[in-house]
Design a protein around this ligand. Structure first.
Ligand code: C2O
Ligand code: CU
Length: 428
């Protein structure tokens, strides 16, 4: 049975004199039968919000308030995390750190405003290696007060489904996957929010979101003369040329460019996997002006670091013995302990030396604030919420912690997170 409950969407007019709008939405997490391969295909039991797979897009304007009611119609607990959004700690949706797991038939009101424009997403943050694999996620798009001049603004959810030979969702994760690459699918797709044909000469924005639980994608975009304009929601100081856009699980990239032919998206990380695209219909005169940078978000500039700490990734198949109890560990500890990885005062700057001693890549995600990737030469690089480290790689990141609370730091390969690769930072 295909069950769809209408999303309760209402935009309330701001009270006189108010600057921000309030958007109210109800997200009902529910088991839902979905036909993954179209109307003629078999049904799979997924878990989704409001009956929609892949997830319903929430679109706000910078500075708006979101009132999101999560209703748990699952047979198990759940929580929502608003990935990349600078929310108050109590709204962050992390069990053991910020809120109790929401039991079946309970509801919870998440209320926060969105200070930064950009491409973000929301997803289940309880048993997430399973709940996200089954579909509990969606895009959260925050538009600029003055958006760039575009013909089309398209959200691209990159999916990595694991299906059985009949085309049904395959819930099995072979246990060795937890200590290797994680749960890797066999049906990769790009789901476009607006699949209508484009014209040659159209200026379009593609908001790429890697929603995979564990797969890294290297996206090659054909048919677009584009520039990379944002990473993990945050605008780049200047538009950047790219050939391939590599995204670890949880990472996002925004590309703006002019259409030169049919758009195709391929993942070229291992072999070439066609993900999808957009056909052409018609033509328009191309804009004379080059793609400009997006307006900057109110980012915190770095201070002089008051702590330099090291975070060593350990474990996985072929890895050395470590002190943690699970397959993976940070600094000899698996999973969340009562003690944070480090304590810092609000507004202090912390440098973290990330070291991947393992034979596997990891995508390290910090909740609550973005951080800067620091180049080998000490140069301050991109401002991100998730940083990808290949096997044997090390990288410094620096962050001014402007947001008080208990913030999770974990690998966004959700199988790795489930198997110990998580810790937290206490900002007092
Ligand atoms: Cu997108 Cu802790 O996760
Ligand atoms: Cu990992």
């Amino acid at each position: 049975m295909f069950s769809v409950s209408a999303a309760a969407l209402a935009t309330m007019a701001p009270a006189t004199g108010a600057i921000a709008a309030i958007k109210a939405i109800t997200l009902q997490a529910q088991p839902t039968d979905i036909q993954l391969s179209g109307a003629d295909g078999p049904t799979s039991q997924m878990m989704v919000y409001n009956g929609v797979f892949p997830g319903t897009e929430i679109r706000l304007q910078q500075g708006d308030r979101l009132n999101a009611r999560l209703e748990n119609a699952l047979e198990e607990g759940t929580l929502i995390h608003w990935h990349g959004i600078r929310v108050p700690n109590a709204m962050d949706g992390v069990s053991m750190l910020t809120q109790e797991v929401l039991s079946p038939r309970q509801s919870y009101d998440y209320r926060f405003s969105v200070p930064d424009a950009g491409t973000y997403w929301y997803h289940a943050h309880y048993l997430s290696y399973d709940q996200v694999a089954r579909g509990l996620f969606g895009p959260l798009i925050v538009t600029e007060a003055r958006p760039p001049d575009l013909d089309r603004d398209i959200t691209v959810q990159l999916l990595d489904l694991k299906v059985d030979p009949n085309g049904r969702f395959d819930p099995e994760t072979d246990t060795s996957a937890f200590t290797t690459l994680g749960r890797i699918g066999n049906d990769q797709r790009a789901h476009l929010s607006d699949p209508r044909p484009v014209r040659i000469g159209d200026r379009i924005r593609l908001r790429l979101i890697n929603t995979a639980t564990d797969r890294i994608v290297a996206v090659q975009i054909k048919g677009l003369l584009g520039r990379l304009v944002a990473l993990d929601g945050m605008p780049l100081a200047a538009p950047r040329e790219y050939e391939i856009v590599t995204l670890g699980p949880g990472q996002r990239a925004d590309v703006i460019g002019d259409v030169t032919g049919a758009i195709t998206l391929d993942d070229v990380r291992d072999d070439v996997h066609a993900l999808g695209g957009l056909p052409i219909s018609g033509e328009r005169t191309r804009r004379q002006v080059a793609v400009a940078s997006l307006p900057p978000n109110p980012a915190a500039s770095l201070g002089r670091p008051t702590q330099n700490v090291e975070l060593v990734m350990q474990g996985g198949a072929g890895g050395d013995v470590h002190g943690g109890f699970a397959g993976w560990a940070f600094n000899d500890v698996s999973g969340l302990s009562g003690q944070p990885f480090t304590r810092i005062r609000r507004n202090e700057t912390l440098t973290i030396h990330l070291v991947n001693t393992t034979a596997w890549p990891h995508a390290i995600h910090l909740h609550g604030q973005h951080f800067y990737e620091i180049g080998p030469d000490g140069v301050v690089g991109d401002y991100r919420d998730t940083t990808l480290l290949e096997p044997g790689q090390a990288r410094n990141i620096a962050c001014r912690f402007t947001n008080r609370g208990r913030w999770l730091l974990h690998c966004h390969m959700l199988s790795h997170q489930a198997d110990g690769m998580a810790t937290w930072i206490d900002v007092t």
